[in-house]
Design a protein around this ligand. Structure first.
Ligand SMILES: C[S@@+](CC[C@H](N)C(=O)[O-])C[C@H]1O[C@@H](n2cnc3c(N)ncnc32)[C@H](O)[C@@H]1O
Length: 270
């Protein structure tokens, strides 16, 4: 099995466990150095973690409570200027937190499609939609770096929260996002994710730390270049928040640090 598929299997395993634990596990739990859990060292409740990264209480109260798992590193919808009727895709939708917030805004004449690779997350999200009678939300299975299961040129806004760092082919992920967005400056991405001051060397990647949103992180420069190289324009950082400092050792057993930062980025398809 290649390193790539091994990481993907680990991602499905870990996020499957998180889905089944119903808010009692976070992506910080398996690694002391996770980046998707804000700046606090203590284990917070999902609502507390979400509040720290920028969700407001009214939004959190307005959605199914079991969709809140505290796995995000920002609040992309708050920057997305969504409106009634918009078609929105949420990549790596987890239990549905951002998909449901978006669904409340785009209303019945809009549509939200959540995409995730982990079966237990999809099951949880679909159950949340069914129990709470959301008619305008659908959750589809897909690997966003291979193919997003959505038609070309059909989406107003792509949102995503702390997910693209988990993919190995970031450029292809952004090309896929570009493919599904509407052209002519309508389609846009608003993505919260983590970046790092120094990328980990390939040989030193730790699977648990990749799954914990640390070892897959690109530098800000490489992250923005991936967006640009996929074809996007008017790229803008809307928010930047310092996160954890990660300590690790190189081949010479020298201690090195990496600063993890959460960013929210906006970019357009022309
Ligand atoms: C850190 S969690 C964030 C979940 C959600 N966005 C939130 O804020 O609660 C990452 C999610 O991305 C999903 N994921 C990871 N890699 C993926 C891929 N290649 N394609 C689709 N989903 C993926 C995981 O299954 C997991 O649900």
């Amino acid at each position: 099995m290649s390193k790539q598929s091994n990481i993907k299997e680990k991602i499905k395993e870990q996020y499957g466990q998180i889905a089944l634990a119903d808010g009692l596990l976070s992506c910080c739990s398996t690694s002391s150095s996770s980046g998707c859990c804000g700046t606090s060292e203590t284990l917070l409740s999902p609502v507390e973690s979400s509040t720290i990264v920028g969700y407001n209480q009214n939004d959190l109260k307005s959605i199914p409570q079991s969709s809140i798992l505290g796995l995000g590193c920002g609040n992309p919808s708050t920057f997305a200027h969504l409106k009634e009727g918009d078609v929105v895709v949420d990549l790596g939708s987890g239990a549905g937190i951002d998909a449901f917030i978006a669904a409340n805004i785009v209303k019945e004449n809009g549509k939200v499609i959540g995409v995730d690779i982990t079966d237990a997350m999809l099951e949880k999200a679909r159950k949340n939609a069914e129990i709470n009678n959301y008619q305008n939300v659908e959750f589809r299975k897909g690997d966003i770096e291979q193919r997003i299961p959505v038609d070309d040129n059909s989406v107003d806004v792509v949102i995503s929260n702390c997910v693209i760092n988990l993919t190995e082919d970031k450029l292809n992920t952004f090309k896929e996002i570009y493919r599904i967005l509407k052209p002519n400056g309508i389609g846009r991405l608003i993505i919260s994710d983590v970046v790092t001051s120094r990328e980990v060397e390939k040989t030193l990647v730790n699977d648990a730390d990749w799954c914990g949103c640390v070892d897959g992180a690109l530098t800000k420069e490489n992250y923005l270049n991936s967006i640009r190289n996929a074809g996007f324009t008017n790229i803008e950082i809307l928010e930047e928040r310092p996160g954890n400092v990660v300590e690790d050792y190189n081949e010479l057993s020298e201690k090195k640090t990496r600063n993890i930062t959460s960013i929210t980025v906006k970019a357009f398809k022309n």
